[in-house]
Structures are given as structure tokens and as C-alpha cells.
Design a binder for this molecule. Structure first.
Ligand code: PRP
Ligand code: URA
Length: 208
């Protein structure tokens, strides 16, 4: 699992605990998810390449930096929307695409219902945002679509990942690094992550 980055930060562990707790209400859940998303964004940014630029301070010229690649954030609807705000605060000039996928409750296969992303992805760094990596079906389908449109430099940002989803991603998209706040134990027979946090979309949007 060389491609897997599990964030090891006490504040993130505290917030993942809040997210797991079934007594956490919607507004507290959103706030914790927002904070964890900041931490994931900062961790991912460690891998960004920089270009040196010249900057004039009030006193003299010095070396400054800019992010080399255009960043494209792609939340997977619905739950991925909950990570966008934090990422955009840290990367305000990112472009944002959207992929709509709904996991079928019986087959667990993702049903594709929306795609809109910048046309030229070849030169960009494309970061897919989805809190849950369970069977990996949704993540694999997302990168299938994005790579078909030219994405060749991709990252997956998630909150909780199951070993099954990581294995699937590594077999189909081994070039995509996966950043997660927690590597959980396994899936249950309904495709939910254990111990997990339940249904991320429902808990974020209060549709339980
Ligand atoms: C959830 C989650 C992922 C997907 C993960 O979305 O946000 O997109 O399931 O499962 P997988 O790895 O087995 O594909 P869901 O389909 O429930 O839609 P929602 O975000 O609209 O609730
Ligand atoms: N989607 C979720 O929201 N939660 C899970 O545990 C698995 C898939």
C-alpha cells in the first residue's frame, strides 16, 4: 500500500472520533468534516510541485513560490461536496468539477448521473474528493471518467477508507495516491465501512 497516506494528527483523530459518534448532530458533523478536510488538503499539498518566482517585498526582491499545476477539485456528489469548502479555502484558485454517482443499495455498483469538469485536464492536478472509500466502485468510476477526459495526474482525498476499496483502487488505478484520515477494518455485508461513520451523505445533509 505504498500509495496510501494515512494522516496521523491528534486533531484529526479527535475529529474522526466526533464523526464516528452516532450521537453527533448534523451541524457538529459538518464542522468536524470541514476541519478534517483542511488537514487532508494541507497533507496533500506537501506533494505539490512549486515554481520559483520573484517577489518584491517593501524592502527588496526575493524568491517566492507558486503552485506549478492548475488544481482541479472534483467532489463526488453528494457527500464529496462537504469537503469542497475547506479545499477551496486552502487552494482558492482551484477549478471545481463535479461527478454524480449513486451507489445502488443492492448491487453496490455506482450509477453515474452527472459529469462536468474542465475540458482540459492534461496539464492539471486532479483531486477527487469523497469522504468514503468503501468497495472502491465510486472512486474507480470517477477516475475512469476523468482519465478518459485526459486527467493523468490524480489524487484521491477521503476521510475513511476500507482495505477493500484501497485494494480495488490499487489494482485499477495504481498511479493514484490515496490520502485518508483513517484506514478502517473492513466492509459489512451491505458495503458499509466498519467501524466507519455510517452514511456520510445522510449525516452531512441531515437526510437520515
Ligand atoms: C457514498 C460515498 C461514496 C460511495 C462509496 O456515496 O460518498 O461516493 O458511497 O462507496 P463505494 O466505495 O462502495 O463506491 P453514495 O453512493 O451513498 O451517495 P451519496 O453521497 O449521494 O449519499
Ligand atoms: N458510503 C457511506 O456513506 N458509508 C459507508 O460506510 C460506505 C459507503
Amino acid at each position: 500500500m505504498s500509495n496510501l497516506f494515512v494522516i496521523n494528527n491528534p486533531l484529526v483523530k479527535r475529529d474522526v472520533t466526533i464523526l464516528r459518534d452516532k450521537e453527533t448532530n448534523t451541524s457538529t458533523f459538518r464542522a468536524a468534516l470541514n476541519r478534517v478536510s483542511y488537514a487532508i488538503a494541507i497533507e496533500i499539498a506537501n506533494s505539490f510541485e512549486l515554481d520559483e518566482i520573484e517577489v518584491q517585498t517593501p524592502l527588496e526582491k526575493t524568491v517566492g513560490y507558486k503552485i506549478k499545476k492548475q488544481i482541479v477539485l472534483v467532489p463526488v456528489l453528494r457527500a464529496g461536496l462537504s469537503m469542497v469548502d475547506a479545499f477551496l479555502k486552502m487552494i482558492p484558485d482551484a477549478n471545481v468539477g463535479h461527478i454524480g454517482l449513486q451507489r445502488d443499495e443492492i448491487t453496490l455498483k455506482p450509477i453515474d448521473y452527472y459529469y462536468k469538469a474542465p475540458k482540459k485536464l492534461e496539464e492539471s492536478l486532479t483531486i477527487v474528493l469523497d469522504p468514503m472509500l468503501a468497495t472502491g466502485g465510486s472512486a474507480v468510476a470517477s477516475f475512469n471518467s476523468l482519465k478518459q477526459k485526459g486527467a493523468n495526474n490524480c489524487i484521491l482525498a477521503c476521510l475513511i477508507a476500507a482495505p477493500e476499496g484501497i485494494e480495488k483502487m490499487n489494482s485499477v488505478h495504481p498511479d493514484v495516491p490515496i490520502y485518508t484520515a483513517s484506514l478502517d477494518r473492513q466492509l459489512n455485508e451491505f458495503g458499509y465501512i466498519l467501524p466507519g461513520l455510517g452514511d456520510a451523505g445522510d449525516r452531512t445533509f441531515g437526510t437520515l
